[in-house]
Design a binder for this molecule. Structure first.
Ligand SMILES: [Zn+2]
Length: 56
């Protein structure tokens, strides 16, 4: 048996730096504040606001 075989590294899943969605706590990448689903909800809210403004 060679020495190299002894030092074989275990492959561990690498957990990348992450944050949690401010809305629901879902795990997300550091670049985001909300998860994709919450972004959709926020966008819909914005659209509704714009729609209301047009009505008035
Ligand atoms: Zn979320």
């Amino acid at each position: 048996m060679s020495k190299f075989e002894r030092y074989k590294k275990k492959v561990e899943p690498y957990i990348y730096p992450h944050k949690h969605c401010k809305q629901c706590g879902e795990m997300i990448t550091e670049a985001y504040t909300y998860c994709p689903e919450c972004y959709k909800k926020l966008e819909e809210k914005k659209k509704r606001k714009l729609f209301k403004r047009k009505k008035n």
